[in-house]
Every structure is written in structure tokens, then in C-alpha cells.
Design a protein around this ligand. Sequence first.
Ligand code: G6Q
Length: 539
Amino acid sequence: MSYIDLDQLPSYATLKTLARSPFDLTARGAVAAQRIQSCVSSTAGFDLLYGTQRVDDGVLAALQQLADEGGAVEQFLAMKKGAVMNRIEGYECENRQVLHTATRDVFSESPLEPASSAQAAKELEKLQRFLADLAGGALVNSRGESFTGMVQVGIGGSDLGPRALYHALAAFRISGRRVDFISNVDPDDAAAVLNGLDLSRTLVNVVSKSGTTLETLTNEELVRQAYSNAGLKPKDHFVAVTGEGSPMDNPERYLRSFYMFDYIGGRYSATSMVGGVMLGFALGYEGFVEILHGAHEVDVAAEQRDIRKNIPLLMALIGIWNHNFLNCETLAVLPYSQGLVRFAAHLQQCDMESNGKSINRQGGKLAYQSGPIIWGEPGTNGQHAFYQLIHQGTTVIPVEFIGFRHSQYDQDMLVKETSSQEKLLANLLAQSLALATGQEHENPNRRFPGNRPNSILMGQLLTPRSMGALLAIYENKIAFQGFIWNTNSFDQEGVQLGKKLATRLLGHFAGRRRDAAYSAAAEDEAGWAMLQMAGLLDD
Ligand code: G6Q
């Protein structure tokens, strides 16, 4: 497959022309009922309402052409079938397959990439046995009591996605079970979590694909120490999820060990054992399997070539329209669902680590923008905080709203004739319309410019299944955008330099600890001076 830069595709010029006069959402009657009703796409239980985006039939036709010319669906299929997508031609790179979709293709009669789905199925069986042992009393603490808590120790991809899913699905937890997370190497993170726990009834799930991550290995030692101090044997409580053959692949040290594989990127690993062990503990095996089913349904639907029938692809293309053609630099993801409190944080990683690149897959410099800055917080809280800038600021920020028709706990009541859920959703819809249509006013302070593009992703209820679908909608959206931008969305070289320098600075701490007269070598003058000026070398 030959990969072509976005600006070399014929549809690029068409879209550039169309972008000179995008659909005016503020024109009288522009956002009419008929437009709202016709600009809807449905996939896997979600409806995408995009009548409040600055698109019309001409733009959508050009975006369809862009998807076709850029081979978006072909590349997606190649990825799912095991092509080596994680590479930059002619340069040293990770050079890997990208097969997170295989973790949810396990229940198909003929998985697209049978070998990796078989590996995923094997891990699922191990998980099922582990969870049955916990539920059935075969795995208990030294006093014969069941485990009620789990602490997941991991960072980045081994934390954000799983944590976002746990919060999203807390309403579906097995009664009496809870999960906490330690990720930051800031010792206060571990201390704050450990101080409130009954360690004797808590499992620790150490998650690191590489088995070499500084933060995770350090936190593992802190937590092991806390267990030893409490007179408990870490081996009876600690579980590992790691890559086969990694330094953490040492079943002797753990109660159980699970694998993830090098063809699953960290930020795409929530549906592997990286999320599976913790989510299985919290929700039960069936709960985790439901997540996989929801994600798989979207993975299949995302093969659809018609962009109006393929939510991840349509979101990807509208995102490109807003970013590359309407020149909007950031994207706010605003869920009107408290459960999704950590979802934007997960998307920040998944999107920005994937598409925050400035070279193409041939190593050449991109002549156009790649990934936008992603940020967000749940509504309605955000309305009382940063929405001012979204409505009236000098920068135009496209918004992806997410909402559900029903609340998770169904504990609601009428206050002044409306339920809280109705208040939540009325606010969501009102924000969408207000941003799109704006408001004329003779007082400039009360004027809303409008034409602030946004869409609403609407589901029925946030359940394990719909959460799996939502996760895959975004994962696939991000992959589609990377394919069209011709970037490698699956590596993360940009995190390496800081890691290298931190290791060097740590060497100075250790050097000083060994020898009070130690000072840095000449080439590290700036680093040494920073340590001094930050007051970190004072005795
Ligand atoms: C994700 C990145 C990164 C990674 C963490 C943790 O795609 O690769 O965020 O997940 O650095 O890595 P380990 O799982 O190897 O500890």
C-alpha cells in the first residue's frame, strides 16, 4: 500500500476551495429541524448528530472522496488483518503490527488475525479462572477472607484507559469491590492511596507492558514495602500484567501473571489484560466481555465505506475539516455524563500521543497540521468554568459532546417539574445550539458569534457494552485520522528525550549520595545548574 500525504490528494484542493465559504450556521433558519433530522449517523447504539457542524452536502461529498483517496478503510482493514502499520519507511522504528482490535475479535467464528485473537482468548481463559478462584474462595487472604479491593499500579497506557473505563462503569461494580490507582512517581500518590486501604484484603495489579517503566517499578517497590511492613506477603497479593519475556515476566513473584503483546500499543490496550484484569475484578468476567463485544461491534461497523454510515470515520473527517481546513487548533470533548470524568484524560493520551507527529510515514516533514490539542471535562460543570471562552473567545474550539438518554443509577427525581437527567440533557442540547447559531445583540458584550462547530454523540445508557463501543469509536477515529494525515499513529518517540534526560539527572542525585564532592560532567552543565537553581542540591 502506498501512503500519500493529505495535501497530495485531489480532494484536498476541493476542500480548500469549499473552506472559503463554509456552511453558515448563524444564517436565519440555517439550523432548522430538517437539518438536525437529516444530519444523523448511527453505529452500535450511538447516534452522531452533526447538524451543528459547518458541513453541507458538498463538503460531505468531498470528505467522502478524501476518505476514498486516502484509503482510510483499506488501511483500517489492513491494520486489523495484521499488516505492519507501526513503521516509518527506511528508518529505524518500532516496525510492528497494530492489533488491539484482535483482543475483541476473539468471539468471531473466523477472526481477521487468528493468531493474535488466539493469544487474547488464552489470556481471557486465564482471567476467567482467576476471577472464578476469587469468587469461589480458592484465592483468599491469609485469614481466609475474600479480596475486596484492588490497586492498579501503572502509568500512561497502563493507567489512563483502564482508569477511565473503571470510573465510567463504577455503577456496575460487584457489590463490595473497589479499585484504586497509583500512577505518578510522586510518592504522595502512593501514600494517599495506601493510607486509606485495608491491605490485607487488597490485591495489587502491577501493569507494565515493557516491565521497565521507572514510575511503575518504583511504585511497585513502595507498595511491596507497605505490604511487608504490614506483615503481609506481597506474593500472596500481587498480580502482574506484562509483555511476554519482559523483566516483569517472573511468575515466581506474583500470585498470577497475565500477558499483553507487543502488537498492542499501550494507549490502545484497555481491552487487553491491561484493562481486563482490573475491570474483570470490578465488574465480573461477563462485564469485561461486554466491553469487548461493544468495541467489536464498532470495529466491524468501521469497515463501512459510506462515511454517513460510519461514525468513527465521519468524526475523523469532520475533525480534519475543522482542523486542516477551518484552522481550528484544539478540540474539546465534553461528556455530559459524570461516569466519563476521566474519559477526556484518556483521549488526550490516545489522540495526542498517536497523532502528535510532524513527519509522514516516509520520514518527510508534514506540510499541514496533524493531531489537534485535545482537552475536556464533563458538563454541566464545565459550563460554569471555561465555556465562556468557547462561546465568546477569540479562538474557535470545535466541541464533541457526548451524552446518554438515561442515567446509570436511575436515582433521580423531579425538582420544579423536571428530572436531573432532563436538566443535564437540556443543557447539552442548548450548548450545542448556542455554539452553532450564536446570538445577535446591540450590546457587543452580549453578542455570541456562533459558527462554533460541534456535534453530539448520543447513546442510550453508559453500560459496559456502550463503553466498549465508545472507546472503539474514538480509537478508530484516531487511527482514521492518522491514516489520512499519513502519520504513524502507533509510536511515541516524542516521550524518549525527556526520559533520557531525567535518567541523567537522577544519576547526579545518586552520584551526590555516594560522594559529597561529586559534580556533573561538563556536557551536563545546564542540567546541573538547574538542579542547583531548583534548590535540589542543598544539603
Ligand atoms: C502508550 C505509551 C505509554 C506507555 C507507558 C507505560 O501508548 O507507550 O503511555 O503505556 O509509558 O508503559 P509500560 O506499560 O511499558 O509500563
